[in-house]
Structures are given as structure tokens and as C-alpha cells.
Design a protein. Sequence first.
Lengths: 228, 228, 344, 344, 250
Amino acid sequence: MDFLLGGFVTAIQLLLTGDSETYSAVFATVRVSGYSMAASLALGVPGGFFLGHFDFRGKRQVRLVVDTLLALPTVLIGLLVYAFLSQRGPLGEWGLLFTLPGIAIGQTFLALPVVVALTATAVEAMDRHLRTTLITLGVSRTQLLLSILWEGRLGILAAAATAYGRVTTEVGVSMMVGGNIKWLTRTMTTAIALETNKGQFAMGVALGLVLMAIAFVVNFSVFFLRRR
Amino acid sequence: MDFLLGGFVTAIQLLLTGDSETYSAVFATVRVSGYSMAASLALGVPGGFFLGHFDFRGKRQVRLVVDTLLALPTVLIGLLVYAFLSQRGPLGEWGLLFTLPGIAIGQTFLALPVVVALTATAVEAMDRHLRTTLITLGVSRTQLLLSILWEGRLGILAAAATAYGRVTTEVGVSMMVGGNIKWLTRTMTTAIALETNKGQFAMGVALGLVLMAIAFVVNFSVFFLRRR
Amino acid sequence: MKPPLYTIRSLVHAYDGGPPVLAIERLSVAAGSILGLVGPNGSGKSTLLKLLAFVEKPTRGEIRFKDRPAAPFSDAVRFQVTLLTQEPYLMRRSVHANVAYGLKLRGRSRDCRPQVAAALSLVGLAAERFADRKWYQLSGGEAQRVSLAARLALQPEALLLDEPTASVDAASAELIKAAVIRARDQWGTTLVIASHDRQWLYEICDDSLHLFRGRILESGADNLLFGPWQPGPSGFWHKPLAGGGVLRVPPPPDDQAVGVLDTRAVSLTAPGAASPQGLNTLDGVVSRLVLEKNTRRIVATISVGLLALTVKLDPERLQALHLYPGKAVRIHFAPQAVAWCDPA
Amino acid sequence: MKPPLYTIRSLVHAYDGGPPVLAIERLSVAAGSILGLVGPNGSGKSTLLKLLAFVEKPTRGEIRFKDRPAAPFSDAVRFQVTLLTQEPYLMRRSVHANVAYGLKLRGRSRDCRPQVAAALSLVGLAAERFADRKWYQLSGGEAQRVSLAARLALQPEALLLDEPTASVDAASAELIKAAVIRARDQWGTTLVIASHDRQWLYEICDDSLHLFRGRILESGADNLLFGPWQPGPSGFWHKPLAGGGVLRVPPPPDDQAVGVLDTRAVSLTAPGAASPQGLNTLDGVVSRLVLEKNTRRIVATISVGLLALTVKLDPERLQALHLYPGKAVRIHFAPQAVAWCDPA
Amino acid sequence: EKILMMATTTSTDDTGLLDYLAPEFQKDTGIVLRWVATGTGKALKLGENCDADVLLVHAPDAEEKFVAAGFGINRREIMYNDFVIIGPADDPAGIRGQGVGVALAAIKSKTAVFVSRGDKSGTHQKELELWQAAGLPIPDKEAWYVQTGQGMLATINLAAERNGYTMTDRGSYIKYEANLNGNPPLKILVEMDAVLLNQYSVIAVNPARCPKAQLELATAFSDWMAGERGQGLIGGFKLLEKQLFTPNAQ
Ligand SMILES: Nc1ncnc2c1ncn2[C@@H]1O[C@H](COP(=O)(O)OP(=O)(O)OP(=O)(O)O)[C@@H](O)[C@H]1O
Ligand SMILES: Nc1ncnc2c1ncn2[C@@H]1O[C@H](COP(=O)(O)OP(=O)(O)OP(=O)(O)O)[C@@H](O)[C@H]1O
Ligand SMILES: [Mg+2]
Ligand SMILES: [Mg+2]
């Protein structure tokens, strides 16, 4: 029990004293989640829009697949990406194994189903008259997409926040593809896992709290989008 | 690379030959995720309804907190729950450490923010005339809640599917609270982590695919709710 | 006499801390009566109906139902009162499920097919063609009528209708009229109906209430006179009219004030008739003549430039004047007959 | 003469593989004209308007705009055509942002405040009071008018209005009428307007189109006669009427068929007048008389039991008959004047 | 049913040793053995928190501290295996057959990649000892010194990907060899140095601190492991025909 309080104190110390190990992991986490969120939003939001907005044969089946992919285990993604990026894998040449961009690739696969499924749900829930209204006002196809997304921004925001939570807390991909290399690819979550394995529970809690502090800052920075 | 194909073949073998270790982990996963989904839906759907449906002061701030909790690292939850359930913790008497219900408690904390945030978003996105219509038709408060949830079932379904994906793929809580004890608390994800740690990549992939097969069955069983 | 179904005391309603949009000092609605609500857009009709349906709580004051206070979800009103909202909302279910929903809430779930079919036929929809359609497979007017059928099926004690004929065709409007009257006569339902279609409304109402900027105007207030007003000679204020002529009114509270002119204070004469000293004299053209079914009087609309004034006449007077649509007439009324609305 | 703005050839539309709900063999809409669309609920008015706005693609056939084919999003029509939908939808923004949205799309974003204010005032809304309101802070009629303002602000070449006055008060309906006429006169806008308010519609339309079950009826088809029909003597079919009397018609295609009766085929006489051999003779009461502004003729509605028939009269004929609302009259028409609608 | 809860290091589980011993133990004593396999640090922590009855770990220094602090009693050495230094077959630092001290110095001076567990595990603690014994400063931020913070096999795999050296226990290496069908890219280069011994011990959790700790069962396990039966089974445990652990209970 006492390690909880200890963790809280340590978390504040780590942040205030500018502990270099911690900050190295913080930056790694921020960079990696930045990449993977950018990629998964760029691909997933249009994808989700398409899935939610248009009616086509087999739409429900596609949703079923996407929903199943929500349960893609991080370690499995880690293994798949590892298989491709390994020296002996087809993309070994790129030298992305044990690098932050490598992790970001794996996390993108992790976040993509979340963004697609939730964006599609948000778009689907929108009033069917919105589309007609926008077209009658003279939107182009792109403007239609942008305006519908803007009207449904609360849903997209929820999609992004959920995907961010998933990306930023995952361990499997970061371990497998990143290798948890100190000063290089050690992210907050792999650091937490390591400290916990070392039996340094207080340190694990401290790093966990730091991770939540980052999440708070990130969510706070898009707070204004919630205004109605 | 070859372990991917090997994993696929192994996955089918494991399922068809009724491999007892695999099935033990499958049942553990199904039981644990069953408990934690039941608990997090029972608590989170009404909570999300409340958050999405009513206007109150500080509502946006509550959303900010919930969104931040989406980024609750599994290992942190694992540590917190461990702290309480450990012999030396306040709830040590209950004897829940290294048991499936213990894991389920931790996973409930993991799923709760997802269910709350996404249910709230779904309810918020609903037509504001629905509430008025339902009241004028004579619903009670409970019927209002149920009918709004039913009308917004696609959103709730997405919330549940996302939470399920999160619960069923997490490793941190299962490892920390469950202890990955063979035949007892070894779930699919801890088994995958173990195999991967042992370098048995093909087996890791195989178990990952089995996990996805479970997810497919679960999502398929609620497929009918998608009919419009 | 039966006690009133609704009694309202010192009611004020404002949305989310905004300015009050409805302020009613006292009002009672007799059981079994049909009350019409008229008034321009934004005058508070829908707000009043939502309050009467106990969907919203008034900001101040009280609404009593059968002499007991009530609130949203309270059992005293839950199954007794129902409202057709202005934007008819259908749940994402079939037409049948929409109409049956309220019946099911009341525990009448056992085979409600015949009840649903009966309700649909009241609004002119054949159950065979419509019951199994999805909510989005309807035209605007069909959806409106399905919503109404869902309310009629409940046979409520109080039925509140907000623009029930807004996008409904003429034949269906007649059907709805018949359904409303039947509801009152057969089930003793009390109705409050807001509508912009005054002809339709006046043909069924026992009484009507004029709302303007959230307040009740005295009855007979069919004519609203809008400013701006300019001060003129001999204590009156003026407004020049588009087609020539001038409107004279008593001093208004402010230059944008809205005047109310009782139809009974207006008299019609042949064009060119001598105008009595001190009265407003306006030349116009009859644009329509409509029979008020209950009273057998005739409501005449006279266009004076852009202004449309309403006058009620006995058939005898009408025949004496040889009125027909298109005929030129002269209107007289005393400036003092114009009363001023309270500022909102 | 200017070439038609729209030309339609062999158009058929069905929703999602359902039965066809609109089938128009050929139609053209002249540039600068105002075309009215009338017809009962579900007759296809909104469907036609959505097709004309290129929001939906027809299932079969073609709609040409300025003699060129067009499709949703095509540049040829994107900024030229705009539709006010039947359910006015406001985006979750302020009133100003809603009205300004289309202007911004057209690149006129630089301070569009004055344009927005002008558009709002066309529908009788003061920009100071309304521009900064949120989309949900409006009454039904106000929302409807904001939607219309958002279309008027665009000064489009083709303006399609679906029930623009559905929940709008009488004064605003007059304003909208003026705005529509101004749009045509000042900007040369072509308008197609669907409305159930025929009085209002006939006062602005150059021409009107009667839709019934997805088909265009011949003009003058104001009266629809509904079955069921029973076979009768001498080759005619019958329907007994509520207030006594019988309607005789030529043999219908089926016993639920709908007959169309041209107003011009109906003649009015004094009650008790001798009825010419072989004609339908019905006794009714005048319920309203309305001036048709363009033609100066008078539209009389005659109630025969539950049936309401429309007849058009010259002022002279009306005076000769001493008609006024409430007066009993006798109606004659030849059974052969009833034509049968094509089954849908 | 008597259930003994053990916390142990990953190597005993990953190699399959426990899966092999537990049924025999149950057969002989009727006690069901359950274990949580984790890093040595966490295993000790679980003991400290009274969440296990017995520990099977391999970090002598940390173990002694654990016992000295009163968390555990009856520490008993059971078996050992040994550590080896492995590296790419072409051996860029040229350490094949050298002593440990020389080998480490060569790696450092050639700045060849060396992959460290970096997780305070028994293996990692041994590695740190070796740097110290060789009189070298413990590297941290040097680019050639990669700290994975992962388990042994993950670390070996990482070393293979990086074409680097690492130190591992022999059991894990044999497992790694088996995973790659006996033909791994990393080969054993340094072995059989006396300092490379890896001692495993059993410690019972102190019932004086943890009232629920089952000292009786823990002692039964400890006795069984140190006894003839246990020692014989450990000696007979083989993977790829190779013995993984050498029993050495006194
Ligand atoms: N949710 C709301 N928030 C703030 N103001 C509102 C809201 N709803 C309505 N109002 C305002 O309250 C006033 C009364 O609205 P109400 O809907 O009762 O009018 P109405 O008489 O029904 O008008 P209409 O004929 O257009 O339906 C209007 O000025 C309107 O702008
Ligand atoms: N999305 C849809 N799917 C299937 N059928 C539809 C759909 N929308 C409309 N319909 C049907 O198409 C027919 C024509 O509808 P439309 O909306 O064009 O009628 P309308 O003339 O505008 O009627 P109203 O006066 O009620 O607005 C109706 O029978 C209606 O039920
Ligand atoms: Mg209203
Ligand atoms: Mg329509």
C-alpha cells in the first residue's frame, strides 16, 4: 500500500527535478504517440467516414471485421511488425526495428480500428438531413466530408481520445518492436513494465502517474473543441 | 517471417485438437472478460448516460477527467489493484490476488472510462427531440434511459466493442493481479506474452489468432443489433 | 360545471437563464374543451404546450393538473397527457412500433395491431401500406401523421397538438379535424392545439388564446399593428401605409410597440362612403371570406396595401354590402380601439 | 424565348429498390418562372425537388440543367441550385454561421455580416436579435425562416422550396411571398415551390403542377375523388356520400381508383335549381371564397358532407349567385368529366 | 487440497523445468505447486508482501539482503547453471575463448554492441558484477551498450538483430538454440569461467512477518528439492539432449 503514496511523491519529484531517464521516456512516448496518432487519424477518419456515411453491400460485415480488429492483441501486432522489420524480414533494409518510427507503425495498426469504428459510429449517428442540407448549400465532396466531421467533432474527439489512450498505454508493440532500449526506445509504458518487474513498485506507480499527466495535458489541449 | 504462417497453422491445430492448455487460457479469458464487461457496462452505461444526457455545471471538466482516464496504463491499474488485494493490502482478506475475479476487478477499471466516455458521446449525439417525444408518450425515468440507450444502441455497441477489445488484449493487469499461473489465471494475453518471451513466436501468433477468433465470435453474437 | 383540467398561476418560463419567453398570470382550461393557440412565430405557443405536457418545468409559477401539482414523470400525468411536438420525431423503428410504443408503455402490448391500425386510419394512413415501413421511408406529411396517430392511439385525457397540420395535405387536415372532434366527443379528451392555419383551427375550437411575445392578448385580438410609429398632431401617433393612407393610434409606449385591434371595433362600408370624424379610414380589397363553422359568422380578410386586417361579419351584413373576394371596401375604426401590448 | 432551365425526360425514381415513387415522362421548367408543386402527402413533391436539386440521382432517366446533364456535386449546378428541404436542418452553429455557410463556400467570406443581415430581414428576422443565437434557441417557425434566409442569401439561379411556409406565421408568409417574387424579379431566379397552402401558392405561381402518386396530373385537377366505388345502373359506378346524395362516375380501373375532376367542368347554381338530365347533382354549402390574385377569379370551396370541392368563378357569376360563405348551393357536373389516375 | 504458492524467476519457467518438476512433487507429497514467474526483483517483492509462500530465485546478494531483513528464512542453495557470453559467429571483438575480464575489455575497446538485460534480474546483477570484477566502469549511455529491460530471450533476440554480444544463462541459450532448430546466429564465445556460476536458491517466506505464509509446505518443497528425488530429477532435465541445471544442494 505504502508504495502508492511513495509513487505519488516520486512522480512529482521526477517531474520537478527533471530526471533525465524519465524525460527521455516522456519524449519517446510523446514522439511515438504523436506519429501514430497522426497516421491513424489521417487514415482512420476518412476510412471511418466512408464506412459510416455510405451505404454499400457488405457494410455490416465490414463493421464486424473492424469490431473484431478492436481486439487485436498488442503482442500480436508487435510480432507481425517485428516479422516485417526484422533483419531477416522483407523490410529489414529500412532499419526501422528498435526505433521510434518502428513502434509508431505498430501502434498505428493498434489505433486504426478504434479510429475507424468510432468515427463510423459517430458519422452514422448524425442526422440524415445534414448531408442533404450541405449538398444543397453547394459543398464539394471534400467540404462535405469536412463539414460532417466538424458537426460530429465530439464523436471524432472521443474516437481520438480513446485511440490515444490505447496507443499511449500499450506495452506489447513497444516492447517487441522498440525493444525497450534505454535512452532510445524506452517509452513510459515499457519503463513502467520494467520497474514493476524489478519490484520497484513505487517507481512504477510514479511513472504511471507521469503518463497520466501527459494524457491530461494532451486532452486539455483539445478541450476547446468541446464547446457547443 | 515463417513464424507467421506457422502461427496460422498452429492456431488451427490448437483449436481443432482441443489443446487443453489453450482451452484453459481461452476459458480464463472468456470468464474474466465476461465479468469485467458485465461490471463495466452495468456501471459505465448509466454513468455515461448521466454524463451525456444531463446538463450540469462542470460537465466538460468531468469529460476531461474521463478522457484522461482513458489513458490509464494497465500496469498502473495492475499495481493499484495489487496494492489493495495483496496480503498486506487492506483487502488481502478477500483472497482475490492471483484469481480470475481479481483480474476482472482491475479490468473493470480499465474498461470503465471507455464505456463512460463513449456512451456519453453516443447519448450526446442523439436528437434532442427524442427525449421530449419519449416523455410525451409517458415513459418513466427508467424507460427513458432504456429507450434512449436502445435508440443509441449502435453507439453503445461501439463502446462495448471498444471496451471489450481493450479488456481482452490487456496484459498489465492480468500479469500483475493474476500472476499468469498456469491452469488457473493464465489468460490468452499472458500466455501470448509468455510464449513471446520464450521466443516461441509461432506459438505467440497462434494464440493471438485464437484470441481474435474469440473476439469474432463475441462480436458476431451481437451482430443482429446492427440491423436498422 | 366540471372543474378545470389545467390551472395556471403566475407562470414564467425562460430557457437556460435567458429572458423570459412566456409569462401567464392565470389561465384555466376546462375539461373536455378544445382550446386553440394562435400567435406569431416565437410567441411562446410551443413553450406553453411543452409546459402543459410537463415535459419542461416552468422557471417560476405552477401548473396544476386536475387541481394537483405535477412535474415531468409524475404518475398523475404520465399516462393522462400527451403532446404532439412541432418537429414530429419518429423513433428508429417501424411505423407500427412507433405507434405501438405508447400503448406498450401502458401495458397494452398484447396484440395491439388492431389498435395501431385504427389509429393510423384516423389520420388517413392504411395500415397495410404503412405499418411495416421504416421510420425513414415516409414523406414529410406521412411522418407527421404517423406521429399524430401515435398520440391518438393513447386516447389520452389531455391531448396537446403543436401544429398538427403543418405539412399535411388538405384532405388529411379534414380527417384530422374529424379525429380531433371525435376524440373530444367519444373519449372526453381535452385538447389544446397550436396552429398557424386559423381557418382550420377556428373550425374546431371552442375558444382560442392569442399569444404575443409570451403574453396572452385579450380575445378578439386577430389584428396586430406593427410600428414604427411617429408622433403626429392632436395627440395621436401615425404610420403611413404602403398604398397611401395613414394609420392613427393612441400614443404608444415606444415607437416600435405593437398594437392590438379588436375585430369587433372595425366596421366595413362601401368604398367612398363618408368617413365619420376622428376615425381611421382605410381603403382595401376583400381577399378572402371564410365561414366560421361554430358561429356561422364570416371572417373577412381585407388587404390594405401590405397590411391584412380581419373583420367578422354576420351573413346579413355581408349580403347587404355585396361583398365578394376582389371587391373594394372601406374600413373604419376608432384610434382609441387600438390597445398596446405589454413590452415583452 | 429563353431556353428551359430544367428538362426532364423519362424520369423514374425509387428509393432503395422499392417501388417507383416518381415517374415523369417529360417536363420542362422555364428560366425565370415560378412553378408551384401541389399534391397530397406522399405524391412525390419532395422527391422531385431533391432530384431537381441534384441531391439524389434518379433511378432512371435524366434531368438536364441548362441543357446539360448534371449530378450531385457537379460544378455546373453546385452554386446555381439550392433547395430548402422540408425538414429545415440547422447546423450546430449560430444563426449567423448557418446563413453565412453557403456564402463562405462561394468565397464571399470577407465580412458577410451585412449580407446575412439582409437575408434575415427578408424573412422578417432582425439580425440584432437573432444572428448570435445558437441553433437550438429558436422556435419552429424561426428555425424554418433561418433556413430559408440561408438559401435566399445565395441568390441562386434556381431556388427550390419545399413547404417554405409550413410552420410560419401569416405575416411572415406574406414576407416570404414578397421575397420570392423579388428573387425572381431582381435576380431572375427560377423557383419551384411545393406547398400545401394553395392560397399562398397560387398567389405567386406562374404555373402549377399537380402530382398524384408520383405522376403529373393534367392542370386544373384540383378535385380528387376517392373510392370505394360500387357498380351501378346504366354503366356508371357509384359512391354514396355522407350527407345523402350519390356520386356517379364512369367505370373505374379498380374499385379504389382515384378520380380527377377538372374545376372547369363544375357548374354552380342556386339551391333547388333544376338538374339537367344525366349530370351529378350535389347540394353543398360555400365554406370559403378566396381571391386568386393573378387571374382576379375567385376560388370557391364547397362542402358536400365530408367532401370539399373546388370551383373557380368570375366575380360576375359570383355576384349573380349572391354567394357568401355559409350559403347553400347546388353543384352539377357530368360523370364523364371525371378522369381516372393511372394506378401508381 | 494443499496449495503452495511460489514466486520464481522466468528462467525456471521458460525452460520448462517447473512444468517438469511440479507433477512429480505433487505425486510425492500431495502438494499442488503454483508459481508466478517474473523478474527476480518482483519475485522478491511478492515474498516481501506475503503474496507467496516460497521463492526460487538466483540473485545471491539480493537474497542475502532479503533474508537479513527478516523477509525470508531457510535459504537453501539447490542448483546452478552457468552464464555464457554469446555473440555473432564472426566475433568482431575477437573474444572467442578468452576469459571474461579480457572479453569485456575487448568489447568495450572495440565498441562492439553489447546488449544488457538492464532489468535488475539475477542475470543483470551478475553482469554488473563482471564489469566491476574486470575493473571497468559500468557503461550506461554509451551507444554500443544497449539496455533492453526485457527478459532473457527477448534480449538474445535483440542482440541477434543488432549483431551484438550478450550474457545469458546457459539454459536460456539452449532454449534459444532449440527455437531456431539448433542453428542460431549467435554462438557461445566465452564459457566455463569460474565467475560465471549462476546459483539458484529456495527461500521460505518468514511466517513471523506473514502469518498466512505456509512454512510447512515451503519446507516440504525445499526438502524435496534438496533431497535425492528432486536433485535427481533436476540433473535429468534435458533440452536438445543437453543438461540445463546442475543440482548442488548440500
Ligand atoms: N431551447 C431554447 N433556448 C432558448 N430560447 C428558445 C428555445 N426554444 C425557443 N426559444 C425562444 O423562445 C421563444 C418562444 O418559442 P416557442 O417555440 O414557444 O414559439 P412558438 O410560438 O411555438 O413559435 P412557432 O410558431 O415558430 O413555433 C422564441 O423567441 C424562441 O426563440
Ligand atoms: N427514404 C425513403 N425510402 C423509401 N420511401 C420513401 C422515402 N422517402 C419518401 N418515400 C416515399 O416516397 C413517396 C414520395 O415521397 P415524397 O417525400 O416525395 O412525398 P411528398 O409529395 O413530398 O409528400 P409530403 O406532402 O408528405 O411532403 C411516399 O410514398 C413516401 O412514403
Ligand atoms: Mg412552436
Ligand atoms: Mg414532402
